[in-house]
Design a protein around this ligand. Structure first.
Ligand code: BTN
Length: 346
């Protein structure tokens, strides 16, 4: 099993477990109000320690790209934090967002999907999430490779034991995609759309993909691993040549790098909340969200299924998450699996 670097609700760094959770608490206080000074004595009292110990802990984080200011009679302030994924910072954000589920954080994995599967086979309590800064065997839908270089992108898998009928899994995966799309639009103001069967698209280019892998027993889902790859920072010039015209990153739109820890923490919170809502049938706004974010809405599209190429207009999805295509003769066809392209650029 690859070495785990940290997990959000368990002892973190194997050499110094207390340091890790201590740093998490300090950082969680400092990021709540980054512009304000946090009183050293309050912090010391809250954490039942001395101010010197706090400063020593803060100093130990400098090598990771954190910078702090300490002013006498005022307190501490966070001046800078790493934008790339950092286990302590990510788990501090999760603490502030009240996310209690386990997060397993790795510098490198074969695939977060594989690791989630290994954890399930060791009876890890679900739901949980696995994050890696780099994957050596990242995979996409239809047996494709998911390019997973170090640093700028998010590779995450969620494991669930949803006790759902297998025919609802397509809708479930779309529901999670829709909620993440809404999060990026509403909280980060990035105009992302969803493209059936489950890509997130920014300015017409793919920015994220979802991979759902389930184990089914008869008519019941034993477990489901939902993997998400989201291109956050950097430019697409680092992508393989064939991907460059089709893919994009959030930074390409915002013009400046984003805080991957903040985005990832919100994505985890949103996904777990969307999972709970789905399990409690609180999905009445599925249709309105789909209408709002549907990249293909009413567009002329081509559907590729097996050797077939079918033209028509996209008309949303049915309650089972199937794509509805209106054929030129006015009739409708529903697709469960297929690849889709816009017939002409919009
Ligand atoms: C696709 O659009 O083809 C789906 C891409 C899914 C990629 C993610 S990255 C995290 C998780 N681990 C993997 O190996 N794949 C998924």
């Amino acid at each position: 099993m690859p070495k785990k670097q940290s997990s959000s609700n368990s002892k973190a760094n194997s050499s110094s477990p207390n340091n890790e959770s201590f740093n998490r608490l300090i950082i969680s206080e400092l990021i709540k109000n980054p512009d304000q000074y946090f009183s050293g004595s309050t912090l010391a009292k809250t954490l039942k320690t001395s101010r010197v110990t706090i400063w020593n802990h803060l100093s130990s984080l400098k090598k990771d790209g954190f910078a702090f200011e300490a002013i006498k009679n005022k307190g501490y302030r966070l001046l800078k934090s790493p934008l790339t994924l950092h286990p302590t910072l990510l788990s501090a954000h999760l603490l502030n967002l009240d996310v209690k589920e386990s997060l397993f954080f790795f510098n490198e994995l074969d695939s977060t999907q594989n690791e989630a599967e290994r954890l399930l086979s060791h009876h890890q309590l679900t739901p949980f999430a696995v994050v890696a800064k780099k994957q050596t065997q990242g995979r996409g839908r239809r047996g494709r490779t998911w390019v997973s270089a170090f640093h700028n992108n998010l590779y995450i898998s969620f494991a669930f034991e949803p006790n759902l009928s297998p025919h609802t899994l397509q809708t479930f995966s779309l529901w999670i995609g829709l909620n993440i799309c809404h999060l990026l639009n509403s909280l980060f103001n990035i105009p992302i759309k969803i493209k059936w069967p489950n890509d997130l698209v920014l300015q017409g280019k793919k920015v994220a993909g979802f991979l759902a892998e389930a184990r089914i027993d008869a008519d019941h889902t034993r477990d489901l691993i939902l993997g998400i790859g989201l291109n956050i920072n950097g430019s697409t010039t680092t992508f393989p040549k064939d991907l460059q015209p089709k893919a994009t990153t959030l930074e390409t739109f915002t013009g400046k790098p984003l805080d991957m820890n903040l985005i990832t923490a919100h994505l985890i919170q949103t996904t777990l909340q969307a999972y709970r809502d789905f399990m409690h049938s609180k999905t009445s706004h599925f249709k309105s969200l789909w209408t709002e974010y549907d990249h293909l809405k009413d567009q002329p599209i081509t559907v590729y299924r097996n050797e077939e190429k079918i033209h028509g207009a996209a008309k949303g999805v049915d309650p089972n998450g199937n794509l509805i295509l209106q054929l030129p003769n006015g009739t409708f066809k529903h697709f469960n699996t297929a690849e889709v392209t816009l017939s002409q650029p919009t």
